[in-house]
Design a protein around this ligand. Structure first.
Ligand SMILES: CC(C)(COP(=O)(O)OP(=O)(O)OC[C@H]1O[C@@H](n2cnc3c(N)ncnc32)[C@H](O)[C@@H]1OP(=O)(O)O)[C@@H](O)C(=O)NCCC(=O)NCCS
Length: 283
């Protein structure tokens, strides 16, 4: 039987994601539960042995993420059960569903009708890495993301994604340890925004939304500036130029993973402005 999971389940969910080798923290799980709904099976003691998080972005998109089944309950059909539950509960029924699949798990989702529409590169930088300057730093003002520019940031995010991510963004930005917006030098024109959350020693950078490569580059450099540990970032292949820039700055590619869609053939919005995902759970 599938249950809706809640904040009391966070310790067990954390153990579940750690057992899969994932880096999510207690705070990540808290944010996931605030922004979306987690489903899972429980064992006899009531402890979750599986998870799937559905995050709704209004009537035009929902994201699936955090599909995990604990080792000893695998190959019993639990993951299929959770996927069928999420697809059957999707409203409207033809609403697109998006997910980022593990590089070796793509084939699990295709029988449900999911198709790969894009890929991301999962990149990591060792401590002390600095993103190369764009040469356009003097054209951009980087200022804190605060109440004064929050509504405009949400508006930009809506345009870029083509659906409303405001609820998820609100909680993720509260969790973020660094966040800023990029403005055209001396003006109010919003060029982009970025944020990052801590996962232990590691800074997970994202979202990074930018008008162009140079904006993204300057934002990434500034967001990483005060961080002494390693950095992780997921960059869509549509921004191969950003991937090349990061690789040239000392990042290395850990993996490539598919972004998959059901009920749609392409991602809406103006995705060429997405330089980094917010998290794989929200695509
Ligand atoms: C992937 C995962 C969720 C599957 O959970 P599960 O409950 O064992 O899956 P089910 O029992 O519902 O289905 C098993 C069937 O799914 C398919 N399947 C499972 N993993 C697959 C994969 N990596 N690629 C393709 N098909 C896969 C197979 O048909 C499998 O049947 P088989 O074992 O007889 O070949 C589980 O292995 C897991 O938690 N892995 C670690 C976390 C992870 O990678 N999650 C997915 C992130 S995108």
């Amino acid at each position: 039987m599938i249950h809706t999971l809640n904040e009391n389940d966070i310790p067990a969910l954390l153990a579940l994601s750690q057992s899969a080798g994932w880096e999510h923290t207690r705070e990540d799980w808290r944010t996931l539960l605030l922004a979306g709904t987690a489903y899972g099976h429980r064992d006899e003691s009531g402890r979750p042995v599986s998870s799937l998080v559905v995050t709704e972005f209004g009537p035009r998109m929902a994201a699936l993420g955090m599909l995990i089944v604990c080792q000893k309950n695998r190959r019993l059909g639990l993951a299929h059960d959770l996927m069928r539950h999420a697809i059957a509960g999707n409203r409207p029924t033809d609403r697109p569903l998006v997910l980022v699949a593990g590089s070796k798990v793509e084939g699990f989702y295709t029988p449900f009708g999911f198709k790969t529409v894009e890929r991301i590169s999962k990149l990591q930088a060792p401590p002390g890495t600095q993103v190369a300057g764009s040469g356009f730093a003097d054209k951009i003002d980087l200022v804190p993301l605060d109440d004064a520019n929050r509504m405009r940031m949400i508006g930009l995010d809506h345009q870029v994604h083509g659906y409303d991510r405001s609820r998820m963004l609100k909680v993720r930005l509260e969790q973020a340890c660094v966040r800023q917006v990029a403005l055209k030098k001396g003006q109010e024109t919003l060029l982009g925004y970025g944020a990052g959350v801590l996962q232990g020693e590691q800074l997970l950078l994202g979202p990074v939304i930018g008008f162009n490569l140079f904006t993204a580059q300057e934002m990434a450099a500034a967001l990483m500036e005060s961080h002494a540990g390693p950095v992780r970032i997921d960059v869509p292949h549509q921004r191969r130029d950003f991937i090349e820039t990061l690789l040239a700055s000392g990042f290395e590619e850990l993996d490539q993973q598919p972004i998959m869609l059901l009920n749609a053939t392409e991602l809406p919005g103006r995705r060429d402005h997405v330089f980094a995902l917010t998290s794989q759970a929200w695509s």
